[in-house]
Design a binder for this molecule. Structure first.
Ligand code: SF4
Ligand code: SF4
Length: 349
């Protein structure tokens, strides 16, 4: 078997990712194709069920540089959604019945038009989710009031917290992230987030720190709830366990550490047909910072746009055509169907 580490620069870019996934390497090519797995279930080509969510990436700028980040986000990223593109998203919302808007980044709050965008979506009466990395709330005074801003617009907050101790959290997300995350969680709790009866939803995300699948979501949630309450008097609603997909920085890690083959085998061997029925791309459209359309956030990072001749930009959004589309899949999709499955909302089954 030829060495992947020797033949590819693992610290390069997403072009490498597709090259690796399509390589002639015998170990990798011996893995069954994801499309064949779907075909055996009568699910190929993979088609949408409906579009109930727009997941919008408002920019790749972030105050953190987490090791597992599939966006390759960081303070030096300049890609930012303009107000004009946001307005195009609002026009689509106003003319469709899409009920949920899921705002992501980078740190979405760093987009200078973030608050205006949330206010405008709120006026349309849609459910708003913000993927908040927590530390942004305490990173700078101008963000300290975010919990109150979120509360005003009944935003649902989803935040990563790899573990309830500093060691594992800081190892994955950077020095000092755990303590800053606790401060942010306490501010969110003080605003009513995660507090029973408040109706203000604060969900946490767990993702593994290495080349393994997440433990069962239910038991992990119980552990997090117990320990965060006991140690820090912190509350939250649900914990989502998310599998790391072999994309971007996590793919780099797999390559550098020699774990790529083993991890892919693990994903393939854990293929769950029930999870395959309900992968998140069947009910959402992902929109990039520049307005291009994708089947999901991972395809966005791999630059796999909506395909098969359909208009692939927000300015040409056509719900009817998009509901008929064939979803673009590749070997990275095994990350969504392993074990209990994985989506932006955690386990699928
Ligand atoms: S994982 Fe989230 S918080 Fe971490 S660098 Fe990526 S976008 Fe930023
Ligand atoms: S990676 Fe994207 S396209 Fe592939 S199964 Fe998951 S959600 Fe669907």
């Amino acid at each position: 078997m030829k060495s992947l580490q020797a033949s590819h620069n693992p610290l390069s870019n997403s072009f490498i990712q597709l090259e690796v996934l399509n390589t002639g390497d015998e170990t990798i090519s011996s893995l069954p194709k994801f499309s064949e797995k779907l075909r055996a279930l009568g699910l190929f080509p993979l088609k949408p069920l409906n579009i109930n969510t727009l997941q919008i990436n408002v920019g790749k700028m972030c105050n953190q540089t987490c090791k597992h980040c599939h966006v390759d986000a960081g303070p030096d990223r300049k890609e930012i959604m303009t107000r004009e593109t946001m307005q195009q998203c609002l026009d689509i919302l106003a003319s469709t019945s899409i009920q949920t808007v899921d705002l992501t980044g980078g740190a979405p709050e760093m987009n200078p038009d973030f608050r205006w965008f949330v206010e405008e979506i709120s006026k349309l009466g849609r459910k708003i989710i913000v993927r908040c990395n927590l530390t942004i709330i305490v990173a700078n005074k101008k963000y300290n009031d975010l919990p109150e801003f979120f509360k005003t617009h009944r935003v649902e907050v989803i935040s990563s917290l790899p573990y309830y101790s500093s060691h594992k959290t800081d190892a994955q997300r950077g020095e000092g992230v755990f303590n800053d995350s606790l401060k942010a969680l306490q501010l969110l709790n003080a605003a009513g987030y995660g507090v029973e009866g408040s109706g203000l939803i604060l969900n946490l995300v767990y993702n593994p720190s290495g080349a393994f699948l997440p433990p069962p979501q239910g038991s992990l949630e119980s552990d997090f709830k117990r320990e965060l309450k006991l140690r820090f008097n912190i509350f939250f609603n649900e914990l989502f366990a998310i599998t790391n997909l072999p994309v971007s920085r996590f793919l780099d890690y797999l390559m550098v550490s020699g774990n790529y083959d083993g991890y892919m085998e693990k994903l393939v061997n854990s293929f769950n047909p029930e999870a395959a029925q309900n992968v998140m791309c069947r009910s959402m459209i992902s929109i990039g910072w520049d307005g291009y359309l994708y089947d999901c956030d991972f395809n966005q990072m791999l630059d796999l746009k909506i395909n098969h001749g359909l208009p692939d930009h927000i300015k040409n959004f056509n719900t009817e055509q998009l509901n008929q589309r064939e979803i673009v899949i590749n070997q990275h999709c095994y990350g969504c169907t392993a074990g209990a499955g994985s989506s932006c909302g955690g386990e699928i089954v």
